[in-house]
Ligand binder design. Structure first.
Ligand code: SF4
Length: 148
């Protein structure tokens, strides 16, 4: 079973109420066992809300509010739900396709805290929790490279 960012499947769960529907990801899910996840939807934060990015090891929104605790709470809740679902299905979590650059879902590169679209090396808090468990995380940008 693969974990998939729900915004990539077209769900309007982004901070601004939109989504990041990606046809290659949708097609992947039609051919594989998948389970949609959105750690920020589990955080209790409202939608719409200001964007947030990592800055100095914390996650701050564009007004300067520290939302680290809410993001961590959402990531832990999403992970717990995914594990429970995998156990119920009797399938291991084989990998994850998560939205690139997000402070929750990004893997390898994330926005740098300047809200200018600039990227820096780093991993989102949810993606990091998966990697700590040995779960491979790729982004929608890598799906066509045959990584899974
Ligand atoms: S990037 Fe992750 S946390 Fe953000 S909307 Fe998509 S699934 Fe949710």
């Amino acid at each position: 079973m693969y974990l998939i960012s729900r915004c990539l499947l077209g769900e309007n769960c982004k901070y601004n109420g939109g989504n990041n529907r990606n046809q290659a990801v949708v097609a992947f899910c039609q051919a594989h066992s998948c389970y949609g996840v959105c750690p920020e939807a589990e955080s209790g934060l409202p939608v719409p809300r200001p964007p947030a990015e990592y800055a100095g090891g914390r996650i701050l929104d564009q007004t300067g509010a520290d939302v680290t605790a809410a993001f961590e709470r959402g990531a832990a809740a999403a992970l717990a739900k995914a594990i429970k679902h995998a156990e119920k299905r009797g399938e291991p979590i084989e990998g994850a396709i998560l939205k690139a650059n997000s402070p929750s879902c990004g893997s390898g590169q994330i926005y740098d805290g300047t809200f200018t679209g600039t990227l820096t090396a780093g991993t989102g808090c949810f993606a990091g929790k998966l990697q700590e468990r040995g779960i491979k995380v790729i982004s929608e940008k890598e799906i066509n490279d045959g990584k899974f």
